[in-house]
Ligand binder design. Sequence first.
Ligand SMILES: C[S@@+](CC[C@H](N)C(=O)[O-])C[C@H]1O[C@@H](n2cnc3c(N)ncnc32)[C@H](O)[C@@H]1O
Length: 261
Amino acid sequence: MTTEDALATVGAVRATGGDASRPWTALASGYEQARAREDSLDRLVEWPAQRELLGDVTGLALLDAGCGNGAKVAQLVQEGAGASVGVDISDGFVVPPTGLELIQGDLSDLSALPGLAGRRFDRIMLLQSFGYARDSVLALTVAREMLTDDGFILLTRTHPVRYAIERAEENGTTLGEEYFSTEPFAYRHRNWDDAVTLTKRPYTIADLLNTFSAAGLWVEAVAEPAMAAEVGERYPHKRAVMNQYLGILLFKLRPLPQRPQ
Ligand SMILES: C[S@@+](CC[C@H](N)C(=O)[O-])C[C@H]1O[C@@H](n2cnc3c(N)ncnc32)[C@H](O)[C@@H]1O
């Protein structure tokens, strides 16, 4: 299915344009320091859920798009994944283990990156990075075309209700007003680097699902990880954050079967 066919399938897809990537040049090291903390939600909730949905990666070719410093895909290669690639717009990469290539580049068109044209991957990861694609449908369509026959995309995004609650608190508005708003908003993450402002476009659950359909993908599984009780007892301040703001959504996406012409 071409991108045009895919778009025609679902009709209008709201706001395919992405969040600006430029601030990440300044934000990347603060993000990685925050993520490495013992009590980061990535360590406590997100990465365990992402790892579980990925399943056994032994011998598989992985592409981690928007990989940050590359530590997650590096761990997977050390666990036995095959020749793999990480891509990020910033370049503060870990020293890669044998079998892993880390490339500075834009995930908006993965097939245009050096060495990636014509390559196929068993798992393509877009972990908290997909929102930065210039055109979300195009980026996902390109990623879909880079999958092996049994491949899937693991895509995670912040739960849109989380942003809506945060903005409702900040603006003295309601959850619904913010959830359905289409106005870009400024976002600063206290634990990453509160001097750097990201501009984010709001999205709804429907926007996400329509984008997947438009890119010729179907949702095989979705997860909304909660914090395990024993983790919450050890880190009550992070349990309080999850209880108030929810966390992330994880989608396991597979190509829709080709329709006969
Ligand atoms: C929230 S971090 C997530 C990092 C990592 N995937 C993880 O799960 O920890 C978002 C990442 O997307 C990267 N990024 C932002 N815009 C990008 C773009 N256009 N192309 C590639 N990477 C991008 C940032 O540099 C950052 O490393």
